[in-house]
Design a protein around this ligand. Structure first.
Ligand SMILES: [Zn+2]
Length: 296
């Protein structure tokens, strides 16, 4: 995220210096009335995704990106609709998913799992969020940024006549992850529980756990079917089969680590043959191995 924050500061400077270098706000129609918004600057993806459900008379928005992009980000919604926001959901505490809360919160109520409120209400330290080993301090957020409705395990919302289910999966990507089920559309917004082309990121410093991610995804596979689409918080989407294959990749990774690691060994000697194609800048093999060890 630090790299992304640097990009963001550059972006704000560009906007204020020239008043014209706006990023690209790209909307992808996932299904019927559901859109995925991604932000790009000079072709580089910036920050987390935003999910937008367009109801008959109002909107439900998932995550709020960075504060520095407002009001441009909100205005970009006009590409798809003029409707107002009724609810905004924060999928977890990481700032690239909720730093625009005070802007979105002026229009619709912010909702999150209880642990998200607790973390945003107090200073947090982020480790490895933007690149391996990076450490960043985040101050407690002002009242305007905080979720105003929270839940423990689950919450159902009605947007017009459609039911939307929010469900907490403890100890997965963080301690406060919420997956959002649109059962009428057969969509589940998984946010950072799912990184289709990369190893997942378990923030073990704030309650995340690789095994927790694995078990979360298994629960979700078990209660959905082949018609469902699963949306990622930073990439795009995956199918039911993709999710099953992703779980198999996590299982194989855990097996590889267990079979090669003991407390006397150096984790850097562990080889991830057969899964290394999932490594990324954010979670290279060495970080993935450590994340698994920290999760066992
Ligand atoms: Zn995250």
């Amino acid at each position: 995220m630090l790299k992304k924050l640097t990009l963001l500061f550059l972006l704000i400077n560009l906007i204020s210096a020239q008043q014209q270098q706006l990023p690209d706000f790209k909307f992808q129609k996932i299904k019927d009335n559901f859109y995925l918004l991604q932000v790009f600057i000079d072709g580089n993806k910036l920050g987390a995704n935003i999910g937008i459900y367009v109801g008959e008379s109002e909107l439900l928005v998932i995550d709020t990106h960075f504060a520095g992009l407002y009001p441009w980000l909100r205005n970009s919604f006009k590409q798809i609709t003029d409707k107002k926001i009724k609810y905004t959901i924060n999928t977890h505490w990481h700032p690239d998913h909720n730093s625009g809360n005070s802007f979105m919160g002026e229009e619709g109520i912010i909702i999150a799992q209880q642990n998200v409120l607790e973390r945003l209400s107090s200073p947090q330290i982020g480790v490895g969020l933007g690149k391996p080993g990076a450490r960043a301090e985040f101050p407690a957020r002002p009242f305007s940024d905080l979720p105003k409705i929270t839940f423990q395990e689950s919450l159902d919302l009605l947007i017009d006549s459609s039911k939307v289910r929010l469900r907490h999966f403890p100890n997965a990507h963080t301690d406060g992850d919420c997956a959002v089920f649109f059962d009428d559309l057969k969509i589940v917004y998984l946010s950072d529980l799912y990184w289709p082309d990369e190893y997942p990121f378990a923030d073990v410093y704030t309650g995340g756990n690789v095994i927790g991610i694995r078990n979360t995804l298994q629960d979700i596979v078990d209660e959905t079917d082949d018609d469902y689409i699963f949306i990622s918080g930073h990439q795009t989407t995956g199918s039911h089969t993709d999710l099953i294959n992703y779980i198999a990749m996590i299982d194989k990774s855990v097996e590889l680590v267990k079979s090669q690691w003991n407390t006397d060994s150096d984790y850097s000697s562990i080889k991830m043959d057969g899964v290394t194609q999932w490594s990324s800048d954010l979670v290279p093999d060495s970080v993935w191995v450590r994340m698994i060890i920290n999760s066992l």
